[in-house]
Design a binder for this molecule. Sequence first.
Ligand code: FES
Length: 307
Amino acid sequence: MMPLVVSEIVRQTPSIVSIRLARPDGDVLPPWEPGAHVDVQLVTRQERQYSLCGDPADTRGYRIAVLDEPLSRGGSHYIHRHLQVGRRVYVRPPRNLFPLGQAPGYLLLAAGIGITPILAMARHLDAVGAPWRMLYLSRRAEDVAFTEELAAFGDRVRVHLSGTEGRVDLREVLGSAASGTDVYACGPQRFADALTGLREALPEGSRLHLERFEPAKREFRPNEAFTVRAARSGREVAVPAEWTMLQALRGAGVEAPGSCLRGVCGSCALPVLDGVPEHRDSLGTEGTSVVYSCVSRSLTPALTLDV
Ligand code: FES
């Protein structure tokens, strides 16, 4: 992890602050692309994931934004009440699980704090002259963050205030996109679930790319015990029904990465060499050759992993 310092805190709305993080010596930071996030370790040693919402051309600072959530797991409470300019925080280099692909056009959808990766995407698409537009959903005008930056994009950005305008018709929004338009969306669980259920409303040739903060709600079969073969060390690790794969690997002394422990950040990805994983993450890994060990399990009695 990189030791960084808080170089600026800006109140964006009554419940959102943006925070700029820089190296203590002001040197350049590892580069990033729109959609990337960083894992931030707080004093409690808990790690939280925050999308980068600054300008990728700002090579000496990462900007994140944090919502003050009454039901937070502690991260936003600490940041809003105790974090100050000059404080040191530890940050993993950016990783991008929500990258922009090539498309003839882009529809960006943000709800609430989901504006963070979407803002970075808008800035990039605007800089390269790609056709794009954005719909930003918020309940009240005072909850809209980054207002000045968004105003600079003119009528490419539409803000919908559900408190005064009513709930937006997402089916109509998706259906109004030109065919081939790629949709990038980020927001809270209800918004993400609604979009997932509306994929069939997308125009022909369009794809929906979604970033979730919270795990998707799904039902799984009861946990069963299985074995992990750690190919690099040749160790066999038993995963009891009540343990996660990550817990079992770490408990056996196998070094395995992990951060959110909820199947949303992607940091615990391990390549599968043999066996059939039961994917329980919210990252859309069906059919891929990696497994997210913090939540996923095995459909076969054993899984061989490249760890
Ligand atoms: S630790 Fe975040 S997906 Fe597993």
